[in-house]
Design a protein around this ligand. Structure first.
Ligand SMILES: [Zn+2]
Length: 227
């Protein structure tokens, strides 16, 4: 009884609709699931990156809608289908030999400003990485090494140029993981930097360079959507 009543109550509070196309009666429809599972595309960014960057697709349609629902409207459940799509993309990239053959795969979420992550109820990129790791199994590890300094403004409303300036020197290795950081060294691992939206490439370029300075070589950048 309780099991039957509870989902009905949840539906009353949060109208049940697809996070990709707003179709009623489902949280994530088959059409959106199919669309987001397309083969990843290689992306060129305005800021040159030292590693290849791939996206599940362009920042439009189902991808744009799902990211907005997840980040701005509290649809944290969408990290599950997005994580599944990321897992599918990683398997394709592995088949295409875009990832080095290695014992493990490290997924490093791109940094979020801590305050904004807290306000939005947890970092969505880390949640997406977590569900991708659950799909792919024990070989995959989510390692949130990066954080954006407190003084960097939330980049959501900045222009591309402002974003670059805003980031310089603002991304660093998270202090709380520094002690456990040595575990990353010497691992036979393919390292993927994961982000939600790729715009100019400034965030990922800075992230890759901060990680390189700390001795972690990123092999590939993967994002949900390229603007
Ligand atoms: Zn849909």
């Amino acid at each position: 009884m309780v099991e039957r009543v509870w989902p009905a109550l949840v539906d009353l509070v949060v109208p049940l609709q697809c996070g990709g196309c707003a179709r009623p009666g489902t949280r994530w429809c088959r059409t959106c699931a199919r669309e987001i599972a397309d083969a990843p595309i290689e992306v060129r960014t305005r800021v040159a990156l030292p590693v290849p960057a791939y996206a599940l697709g362009r920042y439009s349609g189902v991808r744009r809608q799902a990211i907005l629902e997840l980040k701005e409207r509290g649809r944290s459940d969408l990290s599950v289908p997005l994580g599944r799509a990321v897992a599918t993309a990683l398997l394709a990239l592995d088949r295409w030999s875009e990832l080095p053959a290695a014992e493990r795969l490290l997924l490093i979420p791109a940094p979020t400003r801590r305050m904004s992550a807290r306000r939005r109820g947890g970092d969505p990129v880390t949640a997406i990485a977590g569900s991708a790791a659950r799909v792919l199994g024990g070989r995959v590890e989510v390692t949130p090494l990066l954080v954006t300094s407190m003084w960097a403004r939330d980049s959501a409303h900045l222009s591309a140029g402002e974003r670059g300036d805003n980031l310089t020197g603002a991304i660093r290795i998270r202090r709380s993981v520094r002690s456990r950081f040595s575990a990353v060294y010497g691992l036979d691992a393919a390292v993927v930097l994961l982000d939600d939206v790729l715009t100019t490439g400034a965030t990922v370029a800075e992230s890759v360079s901060v990680l390189a300075n700390a001795g972690v070589e990123v092999h590939l950048v993967l994002v949900i959507a390229a603007a």
